[in-house]
Ligand binder design. Structure first.
Ligand code: FES
Ligand code: FES
Length: 210
């Protein structure tokens, strides 16, 4: 059977009509409305820092480290890894050393916080600070505030009969040996490798305390 003959004009008209019937309607551009930024939740916090009462209103996500450094301008405490791995941020809270980068400031309402600035002054060094100077327990000094805060707390832990992984007994007082000191200070990393001098400094203070 022969197909009907179409003129070129008729063919084009038919094509145009088909195309318009099947055209996809244009998409309606939806205006992307960004969600308004969420306001940070804040809380007011009171602490004793280096013996002084402090009141701070902070974003509740602020770490103790950032509260000390950025809000109280106590920059002696250092931020190394910000992940609890180097010990540079060690401070003493209610008598125990902690990594201040791993804890929120709002968790320490009413706490007594001691930083390197609260241990001694250039004119009147804490015995541990003096021993670090005497034994060259630092090179660049970046880890040193955390090392010293940790060392002060280590001697208190031993005097409080808190055993470590290398203590020979869980019930008797640990000796202040180099092994005990190395184990207890193992969370404080020194990239300059001043470890042997740090142990000597701590041992000297421990000897004078014992
Ligand atoms: Fe806190 Fe490294 S900065 S452990
Ligand atoms: Fe430089 Fe310890 S003195 S990292």
């Amino acid at each position: 059977m022969n197909a009907p003959k179409l003129s070129r004009r008729t063919f084009l008209k038919l094509g145009a009509a088909t195309a318009s019937a099947t055209a996809v309607p244009p998409l309606v551009a939806r205006a992307a409305t960004p969600a308004p930024p969420r306001q940070p939740v804040t809380a007011t916090l009171s602490m004793h820092v280096n013996g002084k009462p402090q009141s701070l209103t902070l974003d509740t996500r602020t770490t103790l480290l950032d509260a000390l450094r950025e809000h109280l301008h106590l920059t002696g405490t250092k931020k190394g890894c910000d992940h609890g791995q180097c010990g540079a941020c060690t401070v003493i809270v209610d008598g125990r050393r902690i990594n201040s980068c791993l804890t929120l400031a709002v968790m320490h309402e009413g706490a007594k916080v001691t930083t390197i600035e609260g241990l001694g002054t250039p004119q009147k060094l804490h015995p541990m600070q003096a021993a670090f100077v005497k034994h060259d327990g630092y090179q660049c000094g970046y880890c040193t505030p955390g090392q010293i805060c940790s060392a002060v707390a280590v001697l208190d832990e031993i005097h409080d009969d808190i055993p470590s992984h290398v203590s020979g007994s869980l019930t008797t007082r640990a000796s202040v040996s180099a092994t005990e000191i190395r184990e207890r200070m193992s969370g404080n990393i020194c990239r300059c490798g001043a470890y042997s001098n740090i142990v000597e400094a701590i041992s000297e203070v421990a000897g004078s305390k014992a």
